[in-house]
Design a protein around this ligand. Structure first.
Ligand code: FES
Ligand SMILES: [Fe+2]
Length: 454
């Protein structure tokens, strides 16, 4: 079979996925990726098991469920779960499917409840998942051992400074080991600052494969001057993006399979992503190393992707040029919804100890930049949709079309490896001129796709 034939077979059948992945392995070495993996049914089905079934996946932030009985509906890949704080105050991630006939027991997006009563026949569960009510039990279900019929729990649930992750695979390493070197960077946002989610996560569907934005946030800084020109020209976004403050862009290409971009402003002024001194006073320098503190201080914009589908951006941002910038932290999850389809989930967070007025401004800034109607968001989505459309085309399949990740290779002057960068990971300066971050994302994806479902 020729290479092209092999690819066409792969595009049509689940059996062909191994052949396609072999091609991916070979081509990634050369900085290429078959574009068809961005809109492909067999790939999507394999991802549900190999990516979302076998890795830590973000569920939500602890501040979304502060009180016993608080709950939210959440997903691991496409599987429905309830993210709930039980009566003892512990965080639970319960499979949202009744042990009777499988109906979803929790229908509301969020709320507070002492129990979940199934809408089909009324079996009732506690917030930690025990089955405590079965209608007509004495007449019809006396034989039922209710202890054996509680809601299933996600096999693993762990939290990293408020960020709750769960895994369907009981044998994954600890969350901290999975995050690995990425914790050095995450600490600057979630350990240094006690964060709080403001409002509800906004959700909207997009005709784009989940990998496209995950790759973008892993480090596609090359698109900013072009893709976001209108927003930047209008003075929306950050001081570093508008060029008002000069910064160096460091690409942390590979921090244990996760990637970050850090815009560092060389100045003695405190910067801290645009947070003013009265807010910075409430941060926790004692929880960071001196190096981490210094990197945090110089930070204008930072962004990154925790594999597989959690990204974030922290920037001094504003929703209107006449308004002062505030430090805005946005978490985004790219939820798979089908081949070439996803739903964006978008959380806006602010420092817990900031004033209500400040939190309101952070929320406005998040809405104006990265949200369904945010200036930066709409730029990106229009572009991502186009990638997906072409990726699913017959012509792309015929041509075995690839996308290109060779920027800065083959003797180009930039980027340069930074030998004395204080943090862990493979680091480059002039980080907008390398594709290494995006390649890290696809290598993590490729490695995970090699793992046979257990
Ligand atoms: S399906 Fe839940 S009670 Fe019957
Ligand atoms: Fe963008």
């Amino acid at each position: 079979m020729s290479n092209n034939e092999a690819r066409r077979t792969a595009n049509r059948s689940p059996e062909g996925i191994e052949t396609l992945m072999e091609t991916v392995g070979e081509q990634l070495e050369d900085g290429q990726l078959p574009v068809s993996v961005l809109h492909n049914e067999a790939v999507y089905e394999a991802e549900r098991r190999r990516i979302f079934g076998q890795n830590w996946v973000f569920i939500g932030h602890e501040t979304e469920i502060p009180e016993p009985g608080d709950y939210r509906q959440r997903y691991i890949g496409t599987d429905p779960f309830i993210f709930v704080r039980d009566e003892d105050g512990d965080v639970q991630v319960l499979f949202n499917s009744c042990r009777h006939r499988g109906s979803k027991v929790c229908r509301s997006e969020k709320g507070n409840s002492s129990h979940f009563r199934c809408p089909y026949h009324g079996w009732t569960y506690t917030t930690s998942g025990e089955l405590v009510g079965v209608p007509q039990q004495r007449n019809a279900y006396q034989h039922l051992d209710t202890d054996e019929h509680g809601l299933h729990e996600a096999p693993r649930v762990e939290s990293y400074h408020g960020l709750v992750f769960a895994a369907l695979d009981p044998d994954v390493p600890s969350l901290e080991a999975y995050l690995g070197d990425a914790t050095w960077y995450l600490d600057m946002y979630v350990k240094f600052i006690d964060m709080e989610v403001i409002g509800d996560p906004h959700r909207w569907e997009v005709e784009t494969d989940w990998k496209t934005p995950a790759e973008n946030f892993a480090g596609d800084n090359y698109h900013i001057p072009m893709g976001h020109k209108s927003a930047i020209d209008a003075g929306i976004g950050s001081d570093t993006a508008t060029g008002e403050k000069q910064s160096d862009l460091y690409a942390i290409a590979d921090a244990s399979g996760h990637s970050f971009s850090l815009y560092q402003i060389e100045s003695d002024d405190p910067n801290f992503w645009g947070h003013p001194p009265e807010v910075v006073d409430g941060f926790h320098p004692e929880r960071l190393s001196e190096d981490q503190y210094e990197v945090a201080r110089k930070s204008g914009v930072t962004l990154g992707t925790i594999f597989p589908n959690l990204s974030f951006i922290h920037l001094g941002g504003t929703n209107a040029p006449e308004k002062e910038s505030v430090g805005t932290f946005v978490l985004r999850q790219w939820q798979p919804k089908g081949p070439g389809q996803m739903e964006v989930w978008n959380w806006i967070l602010a420092p817990e100890n900031a004033s209500e007025e400040y939190k309101e401004r952070v929320y406005e800034s998040g809405m104006g930049t990265f949200s369904a109607s945010g200036n930066f968001e709409v730029d990106d989505i229009a572009i991502w949709n186009g990638i997906t459309e072409a990726a699913g085309s017959v012509f792309a399949e015929q041509q075995a079309a690839t996308t290109n990740f060779t920027m800065g290779r083959f003797g180009d002057a930039a980027p340069e490896r930074v030998p004395d960068w204080p943090g862990p990971g493979e680091t480059y300066v002039h980080g907008g001129l390398t594709d290494e971050n995006q390649l890290t994302f696809y290598r993590s994806w490729y490695d995970a796709m090699q793992e046979e479902p257990r």
